[in-house]
Design a protein around this ligand. Sequence first.
Ligand code: KG4
Ligand code: ZN
Length: 329
Amino acid sequence: MRVLGIETSCDETAASVVDATGVLSDVVYTQTVHEQYLGVVPELASRAHAEKITAVVRAALDQAGVETPDAVCATSGPGLIGAVLVGLSFGKSLAAGWGVPFVGVNHLEGHLLSPLLESSQPAFPFLGLVVSGGHTTLYRADALGDYTTLATTVDDAAGEAYDKVARVLGLGYPGGPVIDRLAQDGDPKAIRFPRPKAQGLDWSFSGLKTAVRNHAHKNPDTRPEDLAASFQAAVVDVLIDRAVRGAKKTGIRTLALSGGVAANSELRARISACPELDVYLPARSRCTDNGAMIANAGRLRLVAGQRDELDVSARPGWSLDTLPIPGAP
Ligand code: KG4
Ligand code: ZN
């Protein structure tokens, strides 16, 4: 079954075709209009998606050598509602025109299952650590669609902390890749930033962001490389700490890491070396938003028998704990 997946929930217009053998095409257009505002402007994102969607989907079909796919999937939430609506409406129209099945995909499930696109894949049950610009959540994944939240952030997401720290340091947007690069020439022990604790397994990142800002203001001569490396060390420490505690609590040591922050070189290296965990990672290019992860999650649901009506609506706050479980009564 060749499945077209469409993703437009934030600032990437993306489309991909996958089948049982893997990814046949993967086209991602990252919107640049937001850079001057140091963050995503929702209305500009919707307009840019509407401008690019036809060309991006056309390119994904052409690169896969597919004229008419066997099914279409599109992100239907969570995300910016105007942005989600562009890809969702486009995908539903294509499915109606071609007369093929349609499935609306949860963006977080796309991330969570993205390690399944690799040759070495985690098997259920596993822990899923989704670390992106909008979410930082540890899930217990028992089966397709059967997910339980074990820990989440009480304030900022980890990617959001990267973006805010980059803004404070005048490094532009998005902050993750630039801090990742700077940190490679910095000393992670130069400044001991707090390792923020919240209730139970939860995270809190807003205090860390404030600590970095205060340090930078009081000590303007600190090397940006050292600030970046010390901030990153604190983020990676708390992400790994909760993952290990989650593994101890559940007795599940298989961990699938995903989301934009999973592209971080320090996090990838340190979590992979963690003796308490068996870690599965998506390719770096499949950590940030892409169409292949949506096509993959949608394909697994189609294979399990799911078909959505074409009146499926955009769900900007759609949580992973309330997903349909294919085949469940
Ligand atoms: O998953 P994603 O593309 O979008 C959301 O669903 O939010 O994640 C984007 C986030 C941004 O906050 C960006 O700064 C962060 O991922 N990011 C990184 C890296 N690459 C992207 N954070 C740390 N290190 C990176 N290399
Ligand atoms: Zn995402």
